[in-house]
Design a protein around this ligand. Sequence first.
Ligand code: DLL
Length: 436
Amino acid sequence: MFWNKEIETMPDEKIKELQLNRLQQTVEYVFKNVPFYKKQLVDRDLKAEDIQKLEDTEKIPFTTKEDLRKNYPYGLFAQPMDNIVRIHSSSGTTGKPVVVGYTEQDLENWTSCVSRLIAAAGGKKGDVAQVAFGYGMFTGGFGLHYGLENMGISVIPASSGNSERQIMMMEDFGTTILISTPSYALFLSEVAEDMGIDPRDLDVELGLFGGEGHTEEMRHEIEQRWDMMVTENYGLSEVVGPGVSGECSAQQGLHINEDHFYPEIVDPDTGETLPPGERGELVLTTLTKEGIPVLRYRTRDITYLKPEPCSCGRTTRRMHKVMGRADDMLIVKGVNVFPSQIESVLVEMEHIGPHYQIVVHRDGYMDDLEVRVEMASSDILDQYRALKEIEEKIRKKLRSVLNIDVEVKLVEPRTLDRTTGKADRVIDLRDETGEK
Ligand code: DLL
């Protein structure tokens, strides 16, 4: 199902032409309207006319989260407040958040980008969608809400939390689409079971998950628990919120809304553009934003682009699911470890549940990685040997994947923290000593 077939199936040269046009306009627009960008461009003696082909984007300096923070709250807005009709902010945990503003046209574009990803995943009129993302400054709730409503889908603006009520609504209101973070969907399946309800008996048949990553293994786990198809979508407040990209039902990567966002992949350390297909940091330039356009925004998200056509008929380039954030990569004993590698191993193992926590400490000069993982049931909790065997099996498997020794600690079922939003699975105790 297409929402905007013309754009979604546009031949490559045409979409590139459109992108180049819009890129030139955006450069001109920010030059005129945002002193920060004007200075950046003047310093490099760069004008809109110097962008003659898409590759010329490389000449433009990057924008970082720090730049947005420094210009808090409205410093990078390209429109006077008179024209800003909505404000959101990012879920920053430290310091001031990043504030973004939308014009009426921005909201219209955002809504249609979100409708596209819902249609691509299989959502349609007649569906009943429960939005279990927080409504508020987080872009997830409102972003999905308007995209769904725009398609004539019945929306339940449940917001996040109040988990038993979420299950009750699913049962009573006949929810067919669940919208949440993957970790909250996992948690909700447990809540249903505690209420004596088998999630597979509910009408929910499609999950539209985003806001955080999850591995393929975790996707299968959630699909089985709910007997639903799980698709994911991606976005970030600084660029628009949800709606940058989303999976179609082929589940083979996320289609980027290329008429609105220009993606590049760069080396996260050097900032150099990487050859097509190589994995690195996603950098996004908005092509139509009026309120707060961004040039070459460093997302810190690690992925790669897939230019080959998709079986669904869309021609828009796809990005592989985000493999982790450059900032999340742990360096333990000199080895790079992505939490997603640990998740992939754990979710596949028997006797343990999908909930885990990664703790990094430093003992003298040595980093230690400890993985806490819940038992699937308490049946063998008092059988010391059986427990040790499971721990050893997990340890060996993690060692073969990560190339470092990991301490594995089995914990009782339902003892690790659950989340109604984005999961926080890594505890880096090295930070506390300032030794990282
Ligand atoms: O999380 C926007 C969003 C809401 C996207 C709901 C999709 C659905 P922020 O709070 O600004 O915005 O966080 C953005 O979340 O840079 C990624 O690191 C992460 N993220 C979002 N979606 C995904 C995903 C929203 N599908 C940050 N896979 C981004 C992996 C994701 N990470």
